[in-house]
Ligand binder design. Sequence first.
Ligand SMILES: Cc1cc2nc3c(=O)[nH]c(=O)nc-3n(C[C@H](O)[C@H](O)[C@H](O)COP(=O)(O)O)c2cc1C
Length: 168
Amino acid sequence: MMSEFKTSQAEGLIPNFVNTYELEERAQKVIPADAFGYIASGAGDEFTLRENDRSFNHKLIIPHVLADVENPSTETVVDGDTITAPIILAPVAAHKLANEAGEIASAQGVHNFKTIYTTRSYASADLPEITTALAGSPEWFQFYFSKDNEINKRIIDRVKALGIKKSF
Ligand SMILES: Cc1cc2nc3c(=O)[nH]c(=O)nc-3n(C[C@H](O)[C@H](O)[C@H](O)COP(=O)(O)O)c2cc1C
């Protein structure tokens, strides 16, 4: 069942990319076309995708002149956790579409960067494996409500048992 998700086996750091658009081009070379299409595209005519890009680019960083820049830091505190920068991993389905290491590699990356990971109900790795790979880094959980309350209860019990402190 899980093997459906297995795609790229590319490993290692990606050298010399200038921006995320260039990173996307590199990813396209190693991820099968259908999986890449799912990850990189938006719904319908992709109006919202274009609007997201456009509005993100209008969030400006305002430089503070004549301020103390001896020890600059992007560190911040979110919900009691100190993270490296105000960047967290949003809920993203089926990481194994991109690479067979899937959520485990993503969780290790989040741990190394020191930020927050959001696990999604229908992850392509087993939940305890993700929590283990996070090695104590903060984990949030995105709950997808099922019509079947037994399934809902089982998922919530597993999330509680894993010690995940925030579900939404
Ligand atoms: C492959 C893929 C799967 C995603 N799966 C989910 C999901 O399961 N739940 C969800 O709320 N958002 C999902 N998203 C949306 C992301 O969480 C995120 O909001 C989106 O990529 C826009 O990024 P931004 O919020 O940083 O602008 C997914 C996005 C991608 C690219």
